[in-house]
Design a protein around this ligand. Structure first.
Ligand SMILES: Cc1ncc(COP(=O)(O)O)c(C=O)c1O
Length: 457
């Protein structure tokens, strides 16, 4: 290297285990000609999941409007694309409003109202002016934490284990992550004291906690919060004047289990809420398209200005010009779907059910093999795309990192060790995304069972 530079130490400090040493070793193995199975990341289409036909047909016409004239696409596809192009006015190639296309934000607001039963007359309607379209949900998290964290005395209460976007972004912004520990043995649900004790401890150390993160369904745990846990978080946020960051990117991945949005449970309470959703997960798995939104409720005033926190987030979005247009169009499709009663709708429903049904069946299949592994236990309902079993028996002097590395070398399975997400002291875990095709699961799981019982034995 010819020259040396100094870099922001906070950027050096950031860690992102999902793409850390284990996947790096996997990449090396691939270069050596060995096969690996990437279960380290919730990236469904990388593991063979097919895109939803209607979404891709419409996207094709948005990029190539003349395609509709060449025939071969169902009328409702052409009609939807025509509507979207007209509503956007400028199509895919121009910058848009910094908050994103207005017609998409209006569709998002209608989706939220439908989802939360607001159209029936109860609840608080969503406001399109308080919705920001973003490049994936990650974009919204970055804006919010960048704005809220002014230095090491600003804290963010984060559930441990957590998705490392939060720890990495808090580190980059120079704030303090204040951990709280949901109760693993109680299905990762939480009680008031789980939140209040760390808040009191942080206060005694001079840290002002400004926000609490809730990931529901959870990553890496896959757990779904019950309404009581959501109410506790809202109550504590009100008492301690916290903003709630409700990461709900897995809201479609609940496999028939009850799930409530924070917005619905919040109702008319005046607590700041920032809810996130994304095109990356659900049954569509369009991670590469980088679409997402943040819905804001009760934005707090910003001290010393006539502005609200929502104004500040919009200002940040303005500096980035606009979220990518294809991601915005996909958000529209995610929240509206094909017109009911059309052939595209029938196909869409078949595809949706197949993807979600397969995901649940894969989770069950993997859990079935867990039952054959000594000292491995998995808690909580199945949600999101992950299982996060606890490793209760490991060889003396080793931890979950060594376990995952050895698992990779022996079976090609790429997982992430629990330490990459944080975990209660003294515990060991790993996270596996339940995304590989059935055949691959059937092939690799017996080898994992054999490896496990030998490794811990
Ligand atoms: C809990 C959670 N939040 C946010 C994200 C980021 O998603 P996006 O692709 O929308 O930026 C992920 C991605 O895996 C996630 O698991």
């Amino acid at each position: 290297m010819a020259q040396a530079v100094t870099v922001n130490p906070r950027v050096l400090e950031m860690e992102y285990a999902v793409r850390g040493p284990i996947p790096q070793r996997a990449a090396e193995m691939e270069r050596e000609g060995r096969r690996t199975i990437p279960c380290n990341i919730g990236n469904p289409q990388a593991l063979g999941q097919r895109p939803i036909t209607f979404y891709r047909q419409v996207l094709g016409l948005l990029e190539d409007p003349a395609g509709a004239g060449r025939g071969g696409v169902p009328a409702e596809v052409a009609e939807t694309a025509r509507f979207m192009l007209e509503a956007s006015r400028t199509g895919t190639g121009a910058y848009t409003e910094s908050a994103g296309f207005r017609f998409v934000r209006e569709a998002v607001a209608r989706f939220i109202d439908r989802r939360d039963g607001v159209e029936g007359g109860s609840g608080v309607p969503s406001d399109p002016d308080l919705i920001l379209l973003t490049d994936g949900a990650s974009g919204g998290v970055n804006y919010l934490l960048d704005a809220l964290i002014t230095g090491p005395d600003d804290g963010v209460l984060v559930p441990i284990p957590q998705y490392p976007l939060y720890s990495a972004t808090i580190a980059r912004c120079g704030g303090t992550l204040v951990p709280f520990y949901p109760d693993e043995d109680a299905g990762w649900n939480l009680r008031r004291e789980h939140l209040v004790e760390p808040l009191e401890d942080a206060r005694s150390r001079g840290i002002t906690v400004k926000a609490v993160v809730a990931i529901n369904p959870g990553n890496p745990t896959g757990a779904i919060l019950d309404d009581e846990s959501i109410r506790e978080i809202i109550a504590v946020a009100r008492e301690w004047e916290l903003c709630i960051v409700a990461d709900e990117v897995y809201q479609e991945n609940t496999y028939g289990r009850p799930w409530s949005s924070f917005a619905k449970i919040l109702g008319r309470e005046d607590v700041p809420l920032f809810s996130l959703h994304s095109v990356s997960k659900g049954f569509y798995g369009e991670c590469g398209h980088r679409g997402g939104y943040m819905e804001i409720r009760n934005p707090p005033a910003v001290e010393g200005t006539g502005l609200s926190l929502a104004d500040i987030l919009l200002k940040q979005a303005s500096v980035n010009l606009c979220p990518n247009t294809v991601g915005q169009f996909l958000v529209y499709l995610m929240v509206s779907g094909p017109p009911a009663g059309t052939p595209s709708f029938a196909l869409f429903e078949t595809e949706r059910r197949a993807v979600l049904g397969d995901l649940e069946a894969k989770a069950d299949m993997i859990k079935g093999y867990f039952g054959q592994m000594e000292g491995l236990r998995c808690f909580g309902e199945t949600g999101a795309m992950y299982l996060f079993p606890r490793l209760e028996r490991l060889p003396e002097g080793t931890g979950d990192f060594e376990y995952c590395m050895a698992l990779l070398e022996e079976t090609g399975l790429v997982t992430v060790n629990g330490a990459g997400f944080g975990q209660a002291p003294g515990t060991h875990h790993l996270r596996i995304a339940f995304l590989p095709p059935f055949d691959l699961i059937r092939e690799v799981m017996p080898r994992w069972v054999e490896f496990h019982n030998r490794h811990v034995g």
